[in-house]
Design a protein around this ligand. Structure first.
Ligand code: GDP
Length: 299
């Protein structure tokens, strides 16, 4: 029995490995439903999603007897239905240019890498891209951003370590405007330990941006590390307080990934999910495909 839906515990696992004993039934009984609900919760999909799926399964009659694929498909459909409304790539449609994309998230979440991946994506779409090193707190962050920019053949506007982030952003927007750049991607500090400071810094960046273009920032993208599981959900909550998050990129969905957390995030916050990170190289950003993820989660 434990093998039954244990597979769901891994994103890449199978929902059901052994349905022997179920095949003669036309309905899932409450013990089956408990087991599935539990597996969904353990897979980080969250209690609200788990109970929604449970109810859906409880209402199903399996006229030809229960089968693994039948159950799996219902779960897959429910997950895809939750994810579909939030799957939205970033559109480059700001006028006047540049479109300013503020990227926020805790250190280590994959923020810098995601900025490089996004830059690469926009370059491939023939947009002019520039980066701004708004995380002036960490010299390493500035350096890392510059290395990516050099590889991509684009410019980074940066200031001295410990300098004023809003000043860097101001300079960057001026340069980007002067050079007819389409997309300016701004890195920001990820010091969630000091919420007040971070909030002030982001507010200041916002004020400075607003003076140059009342519409900016056009996007505030929160980068989250899928391997942190439930922690990613608390980060959404906190960052929603400190900045007006407009969308999410979830990283590290390769490897030990726990894609379920994306479902929980979609259900709980309804924020657009722009893309997912599936590796460390520049090409490892994927458009967010609800059906793919639903299939990956259910095996
Ligand atoms: P930052 O501190 O938020 O700027 O994080 P970085 O961009 O420096 O990334 C932290 C680490 O995570 C680096 O070793 C990255 O190569 C790695 N990383 C970022 N995105 C992904 C991803 O989608 N998958 C995997 N496996 N690693 C990633």
């Amino acid at each position: 029995r434990d093998k039954l839906f244990g597979g769901l515990r891994k994103t890449s696992g199978k929902l059901t490995e052994n349905l022997t004993g179920l095949v003669t039934k036309a309905k899932l009984d409450s013990a089956d439903l408990d087991e599935i609900e539990e597996a969904l919760i353990v897979s980080d999909l969250g209690p609200a999603t788990a109970s929604q799926i449970r109810e859906k399964l409880a209402s199903e009659r399996f006229e030809k007897g229960l089968d693994e694929e039948g159950v799996r498909l219902i779960v897959e459909d429910e997950i895809a239905n939750i994810l579909s409304p939030v799957a939205k790539p970033i559109e480059i449609d700001a006028f006047p240019r540049p479109q300013v994309i503020l990227v926020i998230g805790v250190n280590g979440s994959g923020k810098t890498t995601t900025i490089a991946k996004l830059a690469h994506l926009f370059l491939e779409q023939d947009y002019g891209v520039m980066l701004a090193a708004g995380d002036t707190f960490r010299a390493a962050a500035i350096g890392q951003l510059q290395v990516w920019a050099e590889r991509l053949g684009i410019k980074t506007v940066s200031g001295p370590e410990g300098g004023d982030a809003a000043g860097v952003v101001f300079d960057a927007v001026k340069q980007a405007t002067a050079e007819g750049i389409d997309v300016l991607i701004v890195d920001t500090a990820g010091r969630l330990q000091n919420k007040r400071e971070l909030m002030d810094e982001l507010a200041k960046i916002r004020r400075v941006l607003g003076r140059l273009n009342p519409e900016a920032p056009h996007d505030v993208v929160l980068v989250l590390d899928a391997t942190t599981g439930q922690n990613a959900l608390s980060q959404i909550e906190v960052f929603k307080e400190v900045a007006d998050v407009t969308g999410i990129v979830m990283t590290k969905l390769d490897g030990s990934a726990r894609g379920g957390i994306l479902v929980a995030a979609a259900k709980q916050f309804g924020l657009p999910i722009h893309a997912i990170g599936v590796g460390e190289t520049i090409d490892d950003l994927r458009p967010f495909d609800p059906r793919d993820l639903a299939r990956a989660i259910t095996g």
